[in-house]
Design a protein around this ligand. Structure first.
Ligand code: ADE
Length: 341
């Protein structure tokens, strides 16, 4: 136990008490097996599982693609506006329980429009739940739509076209799905257009892909944040640059463990990132698939790496300073963190 804490419980209490923002959450990855069954029944969609236990047993992955295959299949139960609302409301209740005060949520429109679900149906369901959470929990939010990188840039352009009527509710664009073989360079033009439209930009890079993909995300996509970024550590010059630029990395410890990005949570690079001056944050990615919401991610990595009080406070601070909130809102959250630091 780190000398700053008398016990594991004391560290758990600090994690619970710290106000947090979550910056890397795939809303479709928060679909719990019980809700999957309920929606399958509601929408008369067949799923290849007989029980919640069978679903959980199928969540054994040896890499990102293994997971993505089952993730795209799982989201097939989402059809109506109410389904997207219920999915989002369930995630927000978990986030609230973990003392999350602000969320920046990803969604994968192409995973739905390809099945005939209208873009507007997805946005309406998600945003209704976000608005309810602001009213009932005081939790603020931003929505980020991701382009699926295994598809073409033309398809990403068509998705951006479909988003145009909803840009009042969409803060940014991201890039996710199968990383290796689909470098950021493939999406340079559509990201430039998104920027011209005033959208923030983020991209998954360095989860499975090489440090070069992180460089491309910075130089070609001109991203505001890097999602994951683990493999940046293989390139000292890149680490120095990320630190100097104050670039936020949205790190996902339990995801990294389940997708075999790390072999053991005790080998997770989060502490190395902090020691190198990187602005790392802790996030849950696809919590239903990876075994824990944001609080569980903090706890797992804090226990395994024996994180100090200062390191946990830094992670909470980074989650707000790396967010797309206004400076005034960030300052308000810093004051709340100071109260429990
Ligand atoms: N889509 C959902 N989760 C993802 C992850 N961890 N990496 C890339 N794409 C994803």
């Amino acid at each position: 136990m780190h000398e700053g804490f008398a016990s594991r419980e004391e560290r758990a209490a600090l994690i619970a008490e710290l106000p947090k923002a979550e910056l890397h959450l795939q809303i479709e990855g928060s679909l719990e097996p019980a809700l999957m069954f309920e929606l399958a029944q509601r929408n008369r969609v067949a799923i290849p599982f007989a029980s919640v236990e069978e679903v959980r047993a199928a969540y054994a992955f040896s890499n990102l693609q293994d997971f993505l295959d089952i993730y795209y299949q799982g989201m097939g139960v989402l059809h109506r506006e109410q389904d997207f609302h219920d999915l989002t409301a369930a995630y927000l209740a978990h986030a609230h329980a973990d003392n999350v005060r602000h969320v920046e949520i990803f969604f994968d429109p192409q995973g739905h429009t390809a099945r005939g679900v209208a873009f507007g149906t997805v946005v309406a369901g998600i945003t209704r739940a976000l608005d309810d959470a602001e009213a009932s929990y005081g939790m603020t939010s931003k929505l980020i739509m991701c382009f699926l990188r295994h598809l073409s840039e033309d398809e990403a352009e068509a998705t951006l076209d479909a988003a145009l009527p909803y840009l009042d509710r969409i803060a940014g664009v991201g890039l996710d799905s199968s990383e290796v073989g689909h470098p950021p360079a493939k999406f340079e033009r559509v990201f430039a257009r998104a920027k011209r439209l005033g959208l923030k930009t983020v991209a998954h890079a360095g989860e499975e892909g090489p440090p070069e993909y992180v460089r491309e995300a910075l130089d070609l996509l001109k991203v505001d944040r890097i999602d994951h970024g683990n493999r940046s550590l293989e390139d000292p010059a890149l680490v120095a640059r990320l630190a100097a630029e104050g670039m936020t990395l949205t790190v996902c410890p339990l995801s990294n463990l389940k997708l075999c990005v790390v072999d053991d949570i005790a080998a997770h690079p989060l502490k190395t990132m902090l020691d190198a001056g990187l602005k790392a944050t802790v996030n849950s990615d696809d919590p239903s698939y990876f075994g824990g919401y944001v609080g569980a991610n903090y706890q797992a990595v804090a226990d395994a790496l024996d994180l100090s009080r200062d390191e946990l406070v830094t992670l909470a601070r980074n989650s707000f300073t790396g967010s797309f909130l206004s400076d005034a809102d960030k300052a308000k959250h810093m004051t709340a963190i100071d109260a429990c630091a």
